[in-house]
Design a protein around this ligand. Structure first.
Ligand SMILES: Nc1ncnc2c1ncn2[C@@H]1O[C@H](COP(=O)(O)OP(=O)(O)OP(=O)(O)O)[C@@H](O)[C@H]1O
Ligand SMILES: N[C@@H](CCO)C(=O)O
Length: 325
């Protein structure tokens, strides 16, 4: 479970004195998530999420993440809204960690997404891209194409422990991605991790997006390619054309893709599969089995990567796209 840091009641009460939240009624750790420690907290004023930022989140990035959520919520996107302390600041310190409070979002994530869910996710992502267009802070993508080879090298030549021949397969694919990776396409703030566990639904309606801690500036279509990998494959890792069509159609109902984005989309999807293959591989090889973190399976993304390498044009997915308008 992801509660790395214990929070004592006196420490929490002292932290909350900076806020106007009334009396603390209860708090408990939330098991889900990997990166940070999250607590569900109830006070006289309602229910909140308390996040303690752990070591993988750089302190210098917190103004970007928190400012982005404020910005998006201010433009009507349903996402956690940072709760300011009485002095107007949203970021404090608790148990030696940077910490912030957020509004609680109703809803649950879905373990079995339907095509209708994918459509809503696509539309919500496009709305997010448009809403973030005038967000003034920049954050480079620390996990874009230039970071993949160093990440592979940090695995210390141990990829073949996970699957025979994996090291060579990754290096060949990395070479192709590095040589062909595009620039000059529409870019802006992307979520960069819009997986099913970061999207809430309530009675079949998308109720909000969470976990903006990989958000950064990058190609907008790359965000959509990440979502294609995360939402449009079945548990046996076969590609679901109906879901792919729904995701891209949902996106284009809000922001039609440009011709260049469509042309390069299959490559972006291969890159997305490589990014998650590599981060999972690194975690698989470096996080001790005794840790309470559930490691995610790198081979899921190897299978997706292999499928995506067979695709040459968006039409090969069985998906129609409207190019521009
Ligand atoms: N604003 C919110 N409203 C309701 N629940 C929330 C909110 N923020 C977080 N949660 C809950 O906390 C869990 C973990 O949150 P989150 O995904 O942000 O953590 P993380 O450690 O950054 O996870 P990840 O491993 O996905 O990066 C979510 O699955 C959800 O149950
Ligand atoms: N969504 C990532 C985990 C980091 O949030 C994965 O499935 O590998």
């Amino acid at each position: 479970m992801a509660v790395y840091t214990d929070v004592t009641e006196p420490d929490l009460s002292a932290f909350l004195e900076r806020y106007d939240l009334g009396r603390l009624l209860s708090y408990k750790g939330i098991a889900e998530g990997v990166e940070n420690s999250n607590f569900l907290l109830r006070s006289d004023k309602g229910t909140f999420i308390l996040t303690l930022y752990e070591r993988r989140v750089a302190r210098g990035d917190l103004p970007f993440f928190i400012g982005l959520m404020e910005h998006l919520a201010g433009r009507g996107l349903s996402c956690p809204l940072p709760v300011p302390a009485r002095d107007g600041t949203a970021l404090g310190e608790l148990a030696g960690r940077p910490a912030a409070l957020f509004t609680f979002l109703e809803g649950m994530w879905t373990r079995h997404p339907l095509a209708a869910d994918c459509r809503q996710v696509g539309a919500a992502m496009a709305r997010m891209h448009l809403a973030a267009a005038d967000f003034p802070i920049r954050r480079e993508n620390a996990l874009s194409v230039g970071a993949w080879r160093p990440l592979y090298e940090a695995c210390g030549g141990r990829a073949d422990e996970v699957a025979a021949g994996l090291g060579e397969e990754i290096q060949t694919e990395l070479g192709k991605l590095e040589a062909a990776w595009p620039s000059g396409l529409p870019a802006g703030v992307i979520h960069a991790d819009l997986f099913p566990d970061n999207v809430f639904f309530l009675s079949g309606e998308l109720s909000g997006l969470i976990d903006f801690y990989f958000a950064c500036n990058d190609l907008l279509a790359y965000d959509l390619a990440i979502a294609l990998c995360a939402w449009c494959f079945e548990p046996d890792q076969s590609f679901n054309v109906t879901k792919g069509r729904a995701l891209l159609g949902g996106y284009e109902s809000v922001r039609p893709l440009e011709r260049e984005e469509v042309e390069v989309f299959p490559l972006l999807a291969r890159g997305a599969a490589m990014r998650f293959l590599l981060t999972r591989l690194y975690d698989w090889l470096t996080i001790p089995d005794t840790s309470f973190v559930t490691k995610k399976d790198p081979l899921e993304y190897l299978r997706k990567s292999r499928f995506l390498r067979t695709i040459e044009s968006v039409g090969d997915y069985g998906v129609d796209v409207r190019v521009g308008r």
